[in-house]
Structure formats: structure tokens, C-alpha cells
Design a protein around this ligand. Structure first.
Ligand SMILES: Cc1cc2nc3c(=O)[nH]c(=O)nc-3n(C[C@H](O)[C@H](O)[C@H](O)COP(=O)(O)OP(=O)(O)OC[C@H]3O[C@@H](n4cnc5c(N)ncnc54)[C@H](O)[C@@H]3O)c2cc1C
Length: 336
């Protein structure tokens, strides 16, 4: 039987679910369609890391401030969904810590020197599994298993068709499909925006070891507390969509991560996810330029950091509310 929610969100990664939960909280009936199984969001380390992301990516103070504002939406989201937000900060180790600390302060973040690096209170963390589960169960949100095979514009509503023939209708559709190709039936300009999203493969490894009090990062590697120990990651492999674990790369990263920790450990599962990214590194969030179509895509390696902001911006766009100041930087049409 066909169903007709207020909004259909295609994709149950962190962007789709943050958007759905925000819309649900605003009183909309939302259906999220996703095939289930692992995605980039479920393999991620869950760092909410405006400070060290800004430092490591050499971002401008304006961009750093945007990331910080995105982070500051998390306490309300965690509170609303009864999630533990780990506000333990993060450490960075590397050469010339004094100049790194000066840059961190110039970007507006707190921090102090520690042996061989610095520590900042400004980076937080969330446990991704519980967060995805809680967001999917948010008030007003229904999730269904399915892969959308085709979209059709029927004038005042979109026809959303799954590969197995099930059909849904809604005036409003949010594409939150990660790094996957454009769904057939999208208007050409929207398909072009989606097709421009670059895949970046990332791999991390679960390691059973003594858990450090907070995330530790260095050039090319991090160690983050995780289920049963830590996760050590993550690669950045632009252009790759393959999901096969690379054992040699994992061994290399685990060695580097354990050296950071100064301990030993036993490697467990190797997890791979594909991040979607734009050229400017910011997500695509808001109206897609076709009636009733909205995007929540391409947060690069900051999907967890950016999720609540993307959800807010997309929900505002759907409701026709005045956009928050950061919406312009995320406007999907900037890449059209
Ligand atoms: C190894 C690794 C570590 C990371 N660590 C961090 C971190 O610590 N902090 C951080 O902020 N970010 C991190 N990231 C980045 C973050 O995970 C991503 O930016 C984020 O998960 C992207 O979320 P998304 O919702 O856009 O996509 P996804 O999580 O990929 O979700 C998209 C969903 O859409 C579904 N979908 C696609 N097409 C269809 C269709 N036709 N029909 C139905 N469903 C469809 C997919 O099945 C998928 O479930 C990491 C990424 C990786 C790979």
C-alpha cells in the first residue's frame, strides 16, 4: 500500500536522521527509507571536532567558527535523545606544538601545551551506534527498509519507488544518500549536483587495548575510544568507493596508533565507509533548486560534527523559514 508522509528522507546516515529528527520535533510526519546495514555514519569514530579539524585542515577563522557553531547544537540534540556526549576534549601530538597552540588560539579555540603536543577542551565525541538508533526512533520519524530505485515528479508531489515495487508519495523529499550516485528520475540540474559529490574512502580498525581518557590525534592517524577499546583510523582515499578492507593499511595504521598510545593491543574488525565531499569541504544542505527537493549531503569527514546544523538548515528550508546565518555557506546551489 502506498503511504504519504509529510516528508520522505532517503538515506539513514547521520545527515538523513538528524534531518528527520529535527523535522519530527517540529511536528512533521517523516518517513526515512534506507536499505539498512553499514554506512559511513555507522563506521565513523564519532568525533565532534571543530578545533582539531580546523587546525589540521588549516581552516580560516570564519570556517572554524562555523564548525564551532555546528558543534554547539549537539548538547540540545544529545539531551533530546538521551545520548551521552563525551566532552573530554582531545589531544594532538606533533612537531612545533607552540606554533600549533598559537594557531589553535587564533582560531578561537581553547587549549594548552602538553608533553609533545597540545590538548583542547573544544573537541567532543558521540557513540555513533546508539546515536543512530536513537535518532531513527525520534518522535514523528518512521524508518522503513528499502532502496529507492526511482523518483518521479508528479506535479505537486514526488513519487518515490523502491526497487521491490513499493511506492511512497510526498510533496517533499530530502536526498541524504551519502556518496551514492544520483537516483534515476531526478531533474538534470539536481542529478548534476549529486553526481558532483566526490567519494572519499575511509578505513579504521577496532583495537582492544587500554582506553585513553580522550581522543589522541597526530598527522594521518587518530585513536578514539570505541566499543571494547579504541578505533584507530582513518584513511582519506579520494575517488575510491570500494568497501574491501585493506589489511596492510590497517596494520600500518594500528602500529602508528599504538605508538601514539604507547601501548599494545589486539586488532579486531576493519571497517570501511565512503564519505561524500564537495570541493569546498562543506555539506550541501537546503533546497535543491527543484520544487519539493532538498539535499542533505557531502559533509566530508565531519558528518557527525555537522549533522545537527544540516538538519536545522534543511528543516528551515522545507518550512520556508528565514535561514540561519550559516545556511548560505551550505547552500547546494553554490556548486550548481
Ligand atoms: C572511517 C571513517 C571515520 C569517520 N569519522 C568521523 C568522525 O569521527 N567525525 C565525523 O564528524 N565524521 C566522521 N566521518 C565522516 C562521517 O562518517 C560522514 O561524513 C557521514 O557519516 C556522512 O553521513 P551521510 O548521512 O551523508 O552518509 P551515509 O552515512 O553514507 O548515509 C547515507 C545512507 O543513504 C543510503 N542510501 C543511498 N542511496 C539510497 C537509495 N537509493 N535508497 C535508500 N537509501 C539510500 C545508504 O544506504 C546510507 O545508509 C568518518 C567517516 C569514515 C569513513
Amino acid at each position: 500500500m502506498a503511504s504519504s508522509p509529510d516528508v520522505i528522507v532517503i538515506g539513514a546516515g547521520v545527515l538523513g536522521l538528524c534531518t528527520a529528527a529535527e523535522l519530527g520535533a517540529r511536528g512533521h510526519a517523516v518517513t526515512v527509507i534506507d536499505p539498512g546495514g553499514a554506512n559511513a555514519s555507522s563506521v565513523a569514530a564519532g568525533m565532534i571536532a571543530p578545533a582539531l579539524e580546523s587546525l589540521l585542515d588549516n581552516l580560516s577563522p570564519e570556517r572554524a567558527a562555523l564548525l564551532k557553531r555546528a558543534r554547539d547544537l549537539w548538547p540540545a540534540v544529545a539531551g533530546a535523545h538521551d545520548l551521552k556526549l563525551h566532552r573530554d576534549g582531545a589531544d594532538w601530538r606533533g612537531p612545533d606544538p607552540d606554533s600549533a597552540l598559537a594557531r589553535l588560539h587564533a582560531l578561537g579555540f581553547g587549549g594548552r601545551s602538553v608533553d609533545g603536543g597540545l590538548t583542547t577542551p573544544d573537541d567532543w565525541r558521540i557513540d555513533v551506534g546508539p546515536a543512530l538508533t536513537a535518532l531513527a526512533r525520534a518522535s514523528g520519524v518512521t524508518t522503513v527498509r528499502g532502496r529507492v530505485a526511482r523518483l518521479a515528479d508528479e506535479g505537486r508531489r514526488w513519487r518515490v519507488e523502491a526497487g521491490d515495487g513499493r511506492v511512497w508519495f510526498s510533496p517533499t523529499v530530502v536526498l541524504a544518500t551519502g556518496a551514492e550516485p544520483a537516483i534515476p528520475g531526478l531533474p538534470d540540474p539536481v542529478a548534476a549536483i549529486v553526481s558532483g559529490v566526490q567519494p572519499i574512502r575511509g578505513q579504521l580498525t577496532a583495537v582492544a587495548t587500554a582506553v585513553p581518557p580522550r581522543v589522541i590525534r597526530a598527522a594521518g592517524v587518530y585513536v578514539a575510544p570505541g566499543e571494547g577499546g579504541v578505533v584507530i583510523g582513518a584513511t582519506m582515499e579520494p575517488g575510491r568507493r570500494d568497501l574491501e578492507p585493506d589489511a596492510a593499511e590497517s596494520a600500518h595504521q594500528v602500529e602508528a596508533g599504538l605508538a601514539l598510545l604507547g601501548g599494545t593491543g589486539e586488532s579486531g574488525a576493519v571497517r570501511v565507509g565512503i564519505r561524500g565531499a564537495t570541493a569546498d569541504g562543506l555539506p550541501l544542505a537546503g533546497p535543491a533548486g527543484a520544487p519539493g527537493l532538498h539535499l542533505a549531503l557531502a559533509p566530508r569527514r565531519n558528518g557527525w560534527l555537522m549533522g545537527p546544523l544540516v538538519g536545522q538548515v534543511v528543516a528551515d528550508g522545507i518550512e520556508g523559514r528565514a535561514p540561519v546565518a550559516d545556511a548560505a555557506a551550505l547552500d547546494p546551489l553554490r556548486v550548481a
